[in-house]
Design a protein around this ligand. Structure first.
Ligand code: 9WO
Length: 259
């Protein structure tokens, strides 16, 4: 069972995850569990402050270490009481390592994680140094808090749980399942604004369709994310047909651009 304990000042963000779409199924069936812990509940003083002004001056506020530690201890105790295995503590920040699907897959097979959602200008560095195992980034942009990255991570692992996607195969067939971008998809009608569905997809020839899809994955990945294709090539994970197409793509000199 996959259990997430989320340290957040804004537990309400996570409600839609429990009540909508694919993730809802994961929560309803109990294969994924989510518990939120509000640092404010572990704050001391009459004002129960969770933030204070930064030493050294400057704009904004910094999250206090103590209320976060109180929330972390409560989360750890609850996990232990529930018999859940110890889990890594992850903090979402653009300074972290960018999350990729192999790590998502690893997390999906684990017992979960404690997710720390920062707010304001950031978290007191001593809490990070002493209690955070890994910093996780979703990319080079700045948000107002770690909640949305936490939701993204939970969604990414929830959909990989057995029985959560209606069609078990679709989890395997998605972008990145094979280290490549996904191929284009088409549905009815056969003609839309003068554009026809690619003839191969209407042919009923399953082998030809599979090869067409694989070629489109390679072609799209080569144009937009050549490093993905080069990684598969290095790891010898391309078959002979893949390598033949790759030769053609290289000859056309279309790497990197959209030309
Ligand atoms: C912000 C930041 C910016 C540049 C370099 C390092 C940084 N760390 C943080 C940080 O920890 N920010 C906290 C969480 C508090 C402010 C809002 N936070 C946040 C997380 N903004 N953006 C993210 C984030 C997380 C993962 N992927 C992209 C953005």
């Amino acid at each position: 069972m996959l259990r997430f304990d989320v340290l957040t000042l804004f537990a309400g963000y996570f409600e839609p995850l429990r009540t909508q779409g694919i993730c809802r199924r994961a929560f309803d069936s109990g294969v994924v569990q989510l518990h939120t812990w509000n640092p404010r509940d572990y704050a001391s003083g009459a004002h129960r402050s969770v933030d204070d002004r930064p030493y050294g001056g400057g704009p904004g506020m910094v999250m206090l270490a103590e209320p976060l530690l109180g929330a972390l201890h409560a989360a750890r105790a609850a996990r232990a009481a529930a018999g859940a295995a110890t889990a890594p503590v992850l903090l979402f920040s653009p300074a972290g390592r960018v999350l990729r699907q192999p790590e998502v897959r690893e997390l999906a097979e684990s017992s979960g994680a404690v997710l720390v959602c920062g707010r304001y200008e950031g978290v007191d560095q001593r809490f990070i140094d002493l209690h955070v195992d890994d910093e996780v980034s979703l990319g080079d942009f700045v948000l107002s808090g770690g909640e949305i990255p936490a939701m993204a991570l939970i969604d990414a692992v929830a959909r990989l749980q057995p029985g959560v996607l209606g069609d078990e195969l679709s989890a395997q067939q998605d972008s990145f399942s094979d280290g490549l971008l996904d191929c284009p998809h088409y549905t009815r009608p056969p003609r839309f604004q003068e554009r026809d569905v690619p003839e191969t997809l209407m042919s009923g020839d399953h082998a030809r369709i599979a090869r067409w899809r694989r070629d489109r994955m390679l072609e799209l990945s080569w144009r937009r994310r050549p490093e993905l294709v080069l990684e598969l090539e290095r790891e010898r994970r391309l078959d002979r047909d893949d390598l033949r197409l790759l030769d053609t793509l290289r000859a056309n000199g279309s790497r990197g651009g959209e030309a």
